[in-house]
Design a protein around this ligand. Sequence first.
Ligand SMILES: C[S@@+](CC[C@H](N)C(=O)[O-])C[C@H]1O[C@@H](n2cnc3c(N)ncnc32)[C@H](O)[C@@H]1O
Ligand code: SF4
Length: 436
Amino acid sequence: MVARHLVNVNQLHLGNSPETDLLLDLYTGLSAPHDDSSLQHAMRDEGLIELSNDSVSRDDIRLRYRRNPFEHIQKVIFEFTTYCNFNCEHCYNAQVPRQTESDPRLLMDAANSLLRMGIRRFDFVGGEVSRYGDGWLDVVEHIRSHGDDIVISLCTNGWWLEQENFKAAGQTFVSTQAYLEELKRRGVSHIVFSLDGQGELHDASRHHAGLYQKVLRGLDQVKKSGLAPRVSLLIRPEWSDAEFEAFRAEPASVIYDFDPLTPPRDRALRLSLDSTNALSNFIDVGNGAGDDTIQFPILEERSHALSCRNFYRLSPTLTIKANGELASCRLSQAGEGYGNLNQQTLVEVLNHFDEAFIYQLHANHQLEKYLPLVDRSLFGSAFTHLCSLRAIVTMLARRMHEEFISFEDVSAIERINREVAILTGHLSKRDLSTEI
Ligand SMILES: C[S@@+](CC[C@H](N)C(=O)[O-])C[C@H]1O[C@@H](n2cnc3c(N)ncnc32)[C@H](O)[C@@H]1O
Ligand code: SF4
C-alpha cells in the first residue's frame, strides 16, 4: 500500500498524518516500536499493521514485504453476477453456478480499501452485469464519489442496444439513450463491448444475428453520449495476421475517430495499445472445452511451466467473484481459495493471501506433482491454451487438499476429476447421469 502511494499516487507526505508516518516507518525500517496508543490500536483493528512476536526474524519480515503479491495490481474486476442472457460458443463461465452479489455494501467496503491502496480502475464484468447485476450502479456511484479520474467500466454483450422499454438490473428504461444517460449519471466512464470476430463470425458465436453491426453502431452512440466506447476482443489462434489486424482496425475507426485513409495497421495498433480495451486469446474452458480447431498436445510436451506467477503476484488484476471470493484467475473456479468477503474484510484476506493453498501451490511449483492425476479420458491430452490445463490441475489439487485426499485414494481422485470436469465443461451433467 505504501509502495503504491509513493510510486503511483504520490499521496504520501511525511508529517501528513501520524498514520502515514507510521506506515512509512514500517516500510523503510521493517518494524516500529509497539505502544498502547489509540492510533496503533485503530490501525491494528483495521488490519493495517500487525503485532509481531519475537519468533519472527527481520529477514522473515523483509521477505514478506518483498513478496508483496499486490504491487502490480492495476485494476479490480467485480464479477458481480454469473447470470447471463446469452450462451456464447466460447464462454468460460458457462458451467459455473449462477449467483449475483446479494450485498453490494460488501463491495463498497472493499472498494474503500482498494482506493486507499491507490487502485483507480474498476471493471464490472459478469455474467451480464447490465441485465442481472441488481445494485451494481450503487457501487459505481460510491466509487465515483472518490474522484473523477477513476476508470469505471461495464463489460457487456450489448443486448440493450437499439431496444425500447427494457429492464436492466431491476430498472426500466424507455430507450438505449435513456440507459446510457443513467449509466453516465451514476458514474460509469467506459462501456466495453465484447466482439468474437468480424461480422457473421461474431453473430454465430453469440447466437444473435445482426449483433456485430449493432455493436459498431453502439460504439458511436456511446461516444455521442459522452461515455468512452471500448471493446473486449476474443482472438482465435487460427486467424492470420491480416484477419487479426482487420478485426482490430474496424472498431478502432469508430472508437478513435480515425481518418478513413489511416492504414489498418495504425488503427489496429492504437486499439491494442489502449489498455482500457481487452484482448484475450481463446481459452478452451467452459463452452469452448474440447474445441478441436487447433489443439496442442500439452500434457507432457510443454515448453512452459504449469505454475502461473499470477497466482502469487497478481498482475494486473484482482477479481472479486459473484460469490464473494477473491480470485487471481477468472477461469471457472480456478483462481478462488484465498478468502471470501462474506466471511472476512478485504484487508483480512489480503494480509493472509500468501498462506492460501493455491498461492503456495503455484509459488512453490507443485502443480507438476498433480499432473499425472488428471484423467485424460475426461479432459483429453491436448489443449488449445495452456491456461485450461493450469485451471484443471489447480482445481483438482485444491479439492484434494481441502478434502484431505491422499495420492493413493484412486476412487476419490476419480470423483474429483469428474466434479472438476463438470465445472470446466469437459463433462456435462447429462453425460454424467447417462454414465451412472
Ligand atoms: C465472461 S464475459 C462477461 C461480460 C459480458 N457478458 C460479455 O460477454 O461481454 C467477459 C469477457 O470474457 C470473454 N471470454 C469469455 N469466454 C472466454 C474464453 N473461453 N476465452 C477467452 N475469453 C473469453 C468474453 O468474450 C468477454 O469479452
Ligand atoms: S461471454 Fe458474456 S455474454 Fe457470452 S455467455 Fe459468457 S457471460 Fe454471457
